[in-house]
Design a protein around this ligand. Structure first.
Ligand code: SF4
Ligand code: SF4
Length: 320
């Protein structure tokens, strides 16, 4: 068994649902696509996206001795099963904060590697630093970028013991100085499908894998610290944190398996119109979840909009 095969086996033992290795090359195409996206202003208020665009596509800017990029995917799907009369949150935020869960698992994988070969140089990335996990997941053969800009694992991906497919996966990366054989880039295509484009209530998907954050509910409810424009707010419906529409409609997700990761099992997130939540309650109740990462003012704003949309919907139904 090669070192790569042993690491892959360990990754699956730790619960990861897909694994791949990419060669360490600068990706000028990804870099220029990001620059075009930024030039068009599609990052909205996410100024951090402008920091070091090259770093996202050049592993050696993070680790000069880098020789491999290990990418692991972790299924987070749970059935939405929402009460349509109450505000709801995106599937990805229902369990424990994915940054913590993925980082713990990647560090556990690093420990297993060290047990085999001793110390090595590495950096771990989980959607919090300037590195494009999706790009490298595609390069590592895990999947392809769908029109909705999500990394999609096709059902026929080779070497898929976890039977993982679709886009309800978090991605984590280990850039390392280990020499590991790289995989072929992921293949797959949306074909003629445009379901996500047609389903997006705010027309935020404006091209192949291009999303205008200024129009995206997910951006506004999780990143925008200011006012949410009326047009977006009214399209939110009862979604008060994130948005799953362009993923739930995707045919590649029609047979998503529920996650087996216990830390992603949904906790009780039930919003009661009768009970207001204080800032302290918000902080303690959502301390371990992604929802707890936003400011209390954003939480209140989102909840207010979702309740208002629900009230308007009820009024419309009554007047029919
Ligand atoms: S997350 Fe929602 S608003 Fe954003 S692109 Fe997808 S469907 Fe549209
Ligand atoms: S809904 Fe269709 S177009 Fe959109 S990402 Fe899925 S397969 Fe691609």
């Amino acid at each position: 068994m090669t070192l790569k095969q042993m690491i892959e086996r360990d990754a699956y033992d730790l619960g990861f649902s897909a694994f791949g290795v990419a060669a360490v090359d600068y990706d000028p195409l990804g870099h220029s696509r990001l620059v075009q996206w930024l030039d068009a202003g599609y990052q909205a208020s996410m100024e951090y996206m402008q920091r070091g665009p090259r770093q996202r596509f050049d592993p050696r800017t993070h680790l000069p001795d880098a020789r491999s990029v290990i990418v692991c995917a972790l299924n987070y799907y749970v059935s939405p099963n929402d009460d349509p009369s109450k505000p709801c949150i995106s599937i990805y935020a229902r369990g424990e904060n994915y940054h913590t869960v993925l980082r713990d698992k990647l560090e556990a994988l690093v420990i297993k590697i060290k047990e085999k070969i001793g110390n090595f140089k590495y950096r771990v990335f989980v959607d919090s630093q300037a590195f494009s996990e999706k790009t490298w997941a595609q390069k590592a053969g895990i999947g392809f970028l769908g029109r909705n800009a999500m990394l999609i694992i096709p059902p026929k991906k080779r070497n898929n013991p976890a039977r993982a497919w679709g886009s309800f996966h978090f991605l984590g990366v280990i850039i390392s100085d280990l020499y590991l054989e790289s995989d072929s880039p992921g293949v797959g295509t949306c074909g003629e499908c445009r379901k996500c484009i047609d389903a997006c209530p705010t027309n935020a998907i404006i091209g192949n894998a291009i999303v205008d954050s200024n129009r995206c509910i997910s951006y506004h409810t999780t990143q925008n610290k200011g006012e949410i424009p009326n047009e977006i707010a009214s399209a939110m419906g009862n979604m008060m944190f994130g948005c799953d529409i362009c993923q739930l409609i995707c045919p590649y997700n029609s047979r998503s398996n529920p996650t087996s990761e216990a830390r992603f099992k949904p906790g009780p997130v039930d919003f009661d119109r009768q009970k207001s939540i204080t800032e302290n309650e918000f902080k303690s109740r959502f301390a371990k979840s992604s929802l707890g990462e936003i400011k209390f003012g954003m939480f209140e704003r989102n909840l207010r909009i979702a309740w208002s949309n629900l009230k308007n919907r009820l009024n419309r139904n009554w007047s029919r």
